[in-house]
Structure formats: C-alpha cells, structure tokens
Design a protein around this ligand. Structure first.
Ligand SMILES: [Zn+2]
Length: 334
C-alpha cells in the first residue's frame, strides 16, 4: 500500500475541479488501489461518519476516528463474523482482528455482543488499542489513494485536517460516495468470506455504527434540558413513552450527536421517520442547543457550531432528503 509509511502529509492546496475530486475517489474504488484488507473502506467510513464532528478548522482527532473505526469493526468482525482479509497459508489474522479478539479474552466476553453493550471504559481501552495498531496502516494509505487531495495528517499529533474544497464536495455528494464505498467494501467481503456469512452485507456495513439504545441521551435531555413535552407536537410526554429522535435523520448523519437529538412522543417519531422536519423547527433546534450551551458544559457539544446545523440540514436536502415533514399540532415556536 502506497503511503502507509508516511509520518505526515499535506493536502494539495490548489484549485481543483469537481472532475479531479471525483477521480480521487474513483482511484480508491478502482482495482488499481490494492486492498489486502478492508481498512481503507473502514477508514473512509470513519471519516464520513465523523463529517459533522470536525472543529472550526475541519480537523478530526485520531481518537474520534478510531473510536468509530473500532466500533465499525467490532460489529462486523465479532457480531457478524466477517473476515476482513483473505485466509493466508499461515492463517494469520489482521492486527485489527488480533486486537479485538484479545479484548474479548481480556474482558471474558462469552458470546458476540454489539459494541454499544460494552462499558465506556472497555470502549476507551479497545479504541485506544485499535488506534495504536491501525493508525500506521490506514491514514497515509488513504491520503495517497485520494491523490493527496482529501486531507493533511500528522501521526505524531494524531489528527487529520480535511481539505475545505474536498469537505464541501463530500458533504454535497455524501450519500453517493457512501454507497460507492459500501459497494466496493461488500464486493471485497464477498471475496474473502464464505457464502454462508456473506449475506446482507450492505445492511451490515451501513448499520455497523447504529446504536439502538439511546437511553443515555434520553436521560440527559429529559433531566437537564428539555421541557417535558414532545419537541414536535408539544404534547406532555408520559415518562414511560419518550422516544429519542434524530432531528436530521440518522440514516443521513450516521451518528448520535447531542445537538441533533430531541425528545418526541412515539406518534411523532413514527410519523416523522426518515424525513426532515419543517424549517421553523430547525430554528427551534438551534434555540434549544443555545440553551444546552448556556446551561451546562457538555463534552458532547465541544465542537458544536450553530452554522453546522443549518449546513447539515441543507446538505441532507441536496442528498435526497427532500420530503419535509410538518407536525400535526404545532407548538409555539421561537
Ligand atoms: Zn409529538
């Protein structure tokens, strides 16, 4: 893999056309790019799933990236039993597989459990191990494969910084780039896995970071920040029937960001489903987030930028989320 031994790299800061940006990705997905393991696809997903967690300089830390990377692979390898590399004569696992299997032994995990069921300490430990083993192989390789247009990076300081031109490009074409990545990744997995395991690959990849239990956010929002009413219809919430809703759909964002989560009644949550709420609710969300920032320090809001919420809402529209949902009974909005 070209570039894997680079310690740092700078993206090429020059005017680039959309054609050039497309061909940077075409290169990753073409057969020219050698793939002994699926790392590159996984790292690209870790970046895309973190797109809206960048700081004001478009930087992402290795901790942010390898938290996601670890979660993606925990679920693919341990929950679904998918190999990430072809069987070799000496039957050696990838470093990543070794790290994850070592964690299973260390924590005496007897049967496959989803990543979200691990304790916060276990997650921290595992993602640290994954970072130490994998940063060497993936960061420089994807940098080279995207023709040095995607990001700058420093392995010593443990960050990547996305090229602003590329950032806008990826945000505008996120769904398509994501689908291309899943397609090539699934093809790779089909090649290296038995037919019996390689089923529903696209779903497994897509939902590898989906968490079903959002109770922790429910508690934060209910106890500290929200009035005890549905964000959409304004009805009083009964304590045993409170849903946590992704304001901008999870299927677009692929992350659970506190700034994007609201409490809703089950009826509104069901009706809204995968749609964007009407624009005046966006203003209400921004207002709610200001309230969170004023009330208390939440580490989850560290990189929160108000303009980002508005951008993401518009990018979702550009990416095909153009069905707008208007709640039936409107609450008084700000
Ligand atoms: Zn409601």
């Amino acid at each position: 893999m070209a570039g894997f031994d680079l310690k740092e790299g700078m993206y090429e800061a020059r005017n680039v056309s959309d054609d050039e940006l497309w061909s940077a990705f075409a290169c990753v997905f073409s057969s020219k790019s050698r793939n002994d393991s699926s790392y590159k696809f996984g790292f690209l997903k870790a970046i895309i799933d973190n797109l809206y967690n960048v700081d004001a300089n478009l930087k992402l830390s290795f901790d942010q990236l390898f938290n996601k990377f670890g979660e993606i692979y925990w679920n693919l390898i341990l929950k679904y039993g998918l190999r990430q590399k072809a069987v070799t004569n000496d039957n050696r696992e990838t470093y990543l597989e070794q790290v994850l299997h070592a964690a299973v032994e260390k924590y005496k995990i007897l049967e496959p459990i989803p990543y979200e069921s691990l304790t916060a300490e276990m997650m921290l430990d595992i993602s640290h191990q994954v970072k130490m083993k994998c940063k060497k192989y993936v960061v420089g390789a994807l940098f080279e494969d995207t023709n040095r247009l995607f990001y700058s990076f420093s392995k010593k300081e443990e960050w990547i910084q996305i090229n602003p031109v590329m950032y806008e490009f990826v945000c505008k074409h996120k769904v398509i780039i994501e689908k291309l990545n899943y397609y090539e990744w699934a093809r790779f997995l089909e090649r290296v896995n038995e037919e019996t395991v390689a089923v529903k690959l696209l779903n497994k990849i897509d939902e590898s970071t989906k968490r079903n239990n959002l109770a922790i956010y429910r508690q934060i929002l209910y106890e500290e920040f929200e009035s005890k009413t549905c964000f959409y219809c304004g009805k009083q919430l009964s304590p045993d029937k409170i849903d946590v809703d992704h304001f901008i759909p999870w299927s677009f964002i692929k992350d659970d960001n506190l700034w994007n989560l609201v409490l809703a009644c089950p009826s509104c949550n069901r009706k809204k489903n995968d749609k964007l709420p009407a624009g005046d609710y966006l203003a209400a969300l921004v207002h709610r987030n200001q309230h969170i920032l004023i009330e208390a320090y939440r580490p989850e809001m560290k990189n929160y930028q108000e303009r980002m919420v508005r951008y993401v809402y518009n990018w979702a529209k550009i990416n095909g989320y153009d069905k707008i949902w208007q709640p039936e009974r409107r609450k008084v909005l700000v």
